[in-house]
Design a protein around this ligand. Structure first.
Ligand SMILES: NC(=O)c1ccc[n+]([C@@H]2O[C@H](COP(=O)([O-])OP(=O)(O)OC[C@H]3O[C@@H](n4cnc5c(N)ncnc54)[C@H](OP(=O)(O)O)[C@@H]3O)[C@@H](O)[C@H]2O)c1
Length: 495
């Protein structure tokens, strides 16, 4: 089903628009979600012509590798002809008057029925100004058309700044009109968590405190800060990865089953799940959260974070976080969720490990203390996508010995190539008004409140950085965090 709409992209000359938005919109056009009744206004300060803008859009499609194997070579040009460039400084009120005029003209030309999507592909400090002027200068349509606002992280640096940001847009857009992108929610393996849990009696019946011992979430990167040092110095791993992506994954893994699988029911359960994460005192936060920063590798071939271009040589920014969260959602009450993310770790992998309890009686044991090997369900998010289930089976002919085996399912390269890019799926959802894969304000705010305690606790002490070598799996304390509970990380690759 296609949907008519006018997209107004603020930051139309920027990196996000070029690398993600134009290719994603093109894919939607190619697949028929956008037909001929759509238009895009790109705005930014640069004085581009429409012709130049068309060339940029076509080159973005080509660079994204979307120009090969197509039978209709004219498609990118036809697609680009729907794009209009308007030079615009977001602080200048007069520019909104010109923008409204163009928007109204395009609305009529393409018969868009007042449907508008405002995409703010710009730094969040501009959000309030843009939202305010969109309202004051009557760019929000009245009548049956929709007005939707898409915004990108970061949503603040802590709860107070996130609230301020939210307040600055909520005067113009209601919560149901705001689509906050957390691109992890656009990834298919993350979306399939709900399907795995609630679409299988096997897992649904085991997803509780009686059967799950602990949950582990690892987002490990092998690369360092690369060319993002400027941004990273102001953010760090907690703000970059934990408050948003990891907390969203935590909510999907710990929420109770919604009665119906739709955006409202799912949102309510996710909010409840986050509200049921134990709020720590600062002392608890110091005990249960570990931060780290990478140094050089053992052979001294990789620079430490403080020696990377663009970082402060005394930087106290964390490039690693590990922590223990405790859920008090009824089904999983008391189950620990161990989370971990970091740069320059041994291996790139995003994975979730569900570790089941192993206190069943071991009737095969040679001596009474020998426990059954733990069953583990691993969800591979990236680069592999799929599942591994580890369970015990009889092996060998002599005697009755049990050994763990792995039941594996991995998506093939062809299957992975067919999955739409996260942005394509998310823009399609926004176009259709489906909020299932977007972050609600209450999720964002609750995640900040949980993380703010940790940040405040950390800010009381100067960290002894660097504290892990490039190529390792982070500071020793992150291993000890689980060892203290008699557990260990399931994902523990050797360098
Ligand atoms: N890039 C990504 O992959 C990515 C991923 C996730 C989130 N984000 C977030 O998305 C936002 C945009 O990121 P980006 O990487 O695209 O940044 P960027 O490349 O720096 O683009 C910023 C855009 O804002 C425009 N701009 C700046 N000041 C302006 C003003 N006063 N009036 C009008 N336009 C103005 C710039 O164009 P002119 O200079 O021509 O005005 C440019 O088009 C950021 O908040 C970022 O954190 C980006």
């Amino acid at each position: 089903m296609n949907q008519k709409a006018l997209f107004i992209i603020f930051g139309g000359t920027g990196d996000l628009a070029y690398r993600k938005l134009y290719p994603a919109l093109f894919n939607l056009y190619e697949k028929g979600y956008l037909k001929e009744d759509f238009a895009v206004i790109g705005t930014a300060r640069r004085p581009w012509s429409n012709d130049h803008y068309h060339e940029v859009v076509m080159s973005a499609i080509e660079d994204a590798g979307r120009d090969s194997g197509r039978t209709n070579d004219d498609l990118p040009r036809k697609f680009a002809s729907h794009f209009y460039y308007q030079s615009h400084n977001v602080d200048d009120v007069d520019h909104y008057v010109a923008l409204r005029k163009l928007a109204d003209e395009l609305d009529e030309k393409y018969d868009l029925q007042g449907n508008r999507i405002f995409y703010l592909a710009m730094a969040p400090r501009f959000f309030g100004t843009i939202a305010g002027h969109l309202k004051d200068q009557a760019l929000l349509t009245k009548g049956n058309g929709f007005n939707r606002l898409i915004i990108e992280k970061p949503f603040g640096r802590d709860y107070p700044s996130a609230k301020e940001l939210n307040d600055s847009i909520s005067g113009s857009f209601k919560e149901e009109q705001i689509f906050r992108i957390d691109h992890y929610l656009g990834k298919e393996p993350i979306q399939s968590i709900a399907g795995l849990r609630f679409g299988n009696a096997l897992f649904n019946s085991l997803w509780n405190k009686e059967h799950i011992d602990n949950i582990q979430i690892t987002l490990s990167e092998s690369l360092g800060v690369e060319e993002r040092a400027g941004y990273y110095e102001t953010a760090g791993a907690m703000r970059d990865m934990v408050q948003n992506h990891i907390m969203q994954i935590v909510s999907l893994l710990t929420m109770e089953r919604p009665d119906v699988f739709d955006s409202e029911h799912l949102r309510d359960k996710k909010i409840e799940a986050l509200e049921n994460i134990q709020m720590y005192t600062k002392e608890e936060a110091k005990k249960y959260f570990i931060r780290g920063q990478y140094g050089a590798d053992e052979a001294n071939t990789q620079l430490g974070y403080r020696d990377e271009e663009g970082t402060d040589n005394q930087s106290t920014v964390e490039t690693f976080v590990a922590g223990k969260l405790i859920t008090h959602n009824p089904s999983l009450d008391g189950v620990p969720v161990y989370i971990r993310t970091g740069k320059r770790l041994t291996k790139k992998s995003t994975q979730i490990n569900i570790v089941f309890k192993n206190d069943d009686q071991n009737i095969f044991a040679k001596d009474a203390s020998e426990k059954l090997k733990t069953n583990v369900l691993t969800m591979h998010i990236e680069p592999d996508q799929g599942f591994t289930l580890e369970f015990n089976t009889k092996t060998g002919n002599q005697g009755y010995n049990l050994s763990p085996v792995h039941l594996r399912y991995r998506k093939t390269a062809t299957e992975k190539a067919q999955i739409p890019d996260a942005y394509e799926g998310l823009i399609r959802d926004a176009l259709m008004g489906n909020k299932t894969n977007f972050a609600h304000w209450h999720e964002v705010s609750q995640a900040w409140k949980i993380m703010d305690v940790v940040r405040e606790a950390w800010d009381e002490e100067e960290p002894a950085f660097p504290n892990y070598a490039s190529g390792s799996m982070g500071p020793e304390a992150a291993m000890q965090l689980l060892a203290d509970d008699g557990r260990k990380w399931v994902f523990n690759p050797r360098s």
